[in-house]
Design a protein around this ligand. Sequence first.
Ligand SMILES: CC(C)(COP(=O)(O)OP(=O)(O)OC[C@H]1O[C@@H](n2cnc3c(N)ncnc32)[C@H](O)[C@@H]1OP(=O)(O)O)[C@@H](O)C(=O)NCCC(=O)NCCS
Length: 173
Amino acid sequence: MPKTTSGKIKVIRVKKEDCPQLLVLLSAIHAEEHPEDPQTVKDVEMGVRESLKRYDVFSSDSSWFLAALFDGEPVGYAAFVRISKLDQRVGFLYLDELHVLDGYRRRGVGTALLGEAFALVNRRGLAGIRLLTRPQNSSAQRFYEKHGFSGNRAILYQWVTGPKDNSLLESET
Ligand SMILES: CC(C)(COP(=O)(O)OP(=O)(O)OC[C@H]1O[C@@H](n2cnc3c(N)ncnc32)[C@H](O)[C@@H]1OP(=O)(O)O)[C@@H](O)C(=O)NCCC(=O)NCCS
C-alpha cells in the first residue's frame, strides 16, 4: 500500500520489519484500554509472535495492519480485513480495530487511517466498509458519522474456544 502524508501525519502498512515500532504502539494502546492490566512490550511481543507462528498475517492479501505516525511517532493503529461476497457487491472491508492514542486525538490521525481504507475500497472495487462499535462509544459514532457511515443496532454473537468471558467483547469494539 502506498504511503499517505497529510501534514505531519503519515500512514504506513505495517510489515514484519516494522514490528519493533508496532509493539511499542500496541503496548501503549493496551495500557489505555486496560489501565488495570498494563502489559509490557514483552507481553505484547509474545502475543504477536504466537499469532505469527500460526498465521503469517503480513503475507496475507486480505489483512491490513496500518500505523499512523505523527512527526514520526507511532500514535494510531488500524486493522481491517476483506470480506468477500459472491454477488455484485464483490466484498466489504471489515474494520476490526481503530485506535488513536489519547494525546493525539482530534488532529486528523483517525481520518488519515480511515482514508487508507476508503482508498483500498476504491482500488479493489468493494461495496464499502463495515465495523462494530459499542453503543456508549459516542466519540467513535460521531467520528464515523462525520465520514459518511450510518449505523444500525445489532447484537454481536460470538463463539469462542477459550473461557466464556463477556469482557472479551468489551475490549474489541
Ligand atoms: C474514534 C477515534 C479513532 C477518532 O480518531 P481521531 O484521530 O480523534 O479522529 P480525527 O481527528 O481524524 O477526526 C475527528 C472528527 O471525528 C469526530 N470526533 C472524534 N472524536 C470526537 C469526540 N470525542 N466528540 C465528538 N466528535 C468527535 C469529530 O467530527 C471530529 O472532527 P473535529 O475534531 O473537527 O470536530 C479516536 O477517538 C479513538 O481512538 N478512540 C478510542 C478508540 C475507539 O473508540 N476506537 C473506535 C472503535 S470502533
